[in-house]
Design a protein around this ligand. Structure first.
Ligand code: AMP
Length: 216
């Protein structure tokens, strides 16, 4: 059982934020808020916001703070977030963290814990460039660490698998640089607030065990 339910998942791209959100969601009724997923669905739907975001995302750059913070604020204001929530991939800058704090105050919510998945760069790049996902259900696979049973088909729903364009080696390296420049300062930011929980384990089962223990 976990008692800490209002969570931020922090970490470089490919550190496991999406994977462990999905595993936690299988067991606990939390709301998963991934700014990357929301932006990708805006792009898919051809919205104005999606058009603005697409060019930045293709290059591995960040979408402006006020845009993502507004999206998250609207989502957190919904009643279903009373059950608890995982913010996956947000905040990514200190300014976003400040905007989040303001939003939480306005809405009357607070954070219980900020989980930092601390994974070495070499493993990150290996994971990112081998990552593939299902275009229908979003299930994540990895050609090296978690291959699908049949090469181009999702184990769960049979949908086709694809590589995210921003998971190419060049863009993955740029996203890692963006993480160090913009997001890493959040580790001290949340440590200073006594909210940080760092996980250095990288093996899937052990990470999940540690996560549950720490969030109990
Ligand atoms: P993700 O799926 O979390 O790796 O995000 C994919 C891309 O979406 C990032 O490389 C950014 O271009 C954009 N993005 C997602 N979340 C944020 C955020 N909190 N702030 C700015 N850009 C974001």
């Amino acid at each position: 059982m976990i008692n800490k339910k209002n969570l931020i998942f922090l970490g470089a791209p490919g550190a496991g934020k999406g994977t462990f959100s999905a595993l936690l969601l299988e067991k606990y009724p939390l709301v998963h808020i991934s700014t990357g997923d929301i932006l990708r669905s805006e792009i898919k739907n051809g919205t104005e916001l999606g058009k603005q975001a697409a060019a930045l995302m293709e290059k591995g750059e960040l979408v402006p703070d006020n845009i993502v913070a507004g999206m998250v604020r609207d989502r957190l204001a919904k009643d279903d977030c009373d059950k608890g929530f995982i913010l996956d991939g947000f905040p990514r800058t200190v300014n976003q963290a400040d905007l989040l704090e303001q939003a939480l105050q306005d809405i009357g919510r607070s954070l219980d814990s900020v989980v930092f998945f601390d994974v070495e760069d070499e493993l990150i790049l290996k994971r990112l460039t081998a990552r593939i996902s299902c275009k229908d259900c979003g299930e994540i696979f990895n050609r090296i660490f978690h291959p699908p049973k049949s090469e181009n088909e999702c184990d769960k729903c049979g949908g086709g698998l694809f590589q995210r364009p921003d998971d190419s080696l060049e863009t993955a390296k740029e996203r890692l640089r963006v993480f160090y420049d913009n997001t890493r300062p959040l580790i001290d930011y949340y440590a200073g607030k006594g909210l940080l929980l760092a996980i250095t384990e990288t093996q899937k089962e052990l990470v999940f065990q540690e996560l549950e223990k720490e969030l109990a």
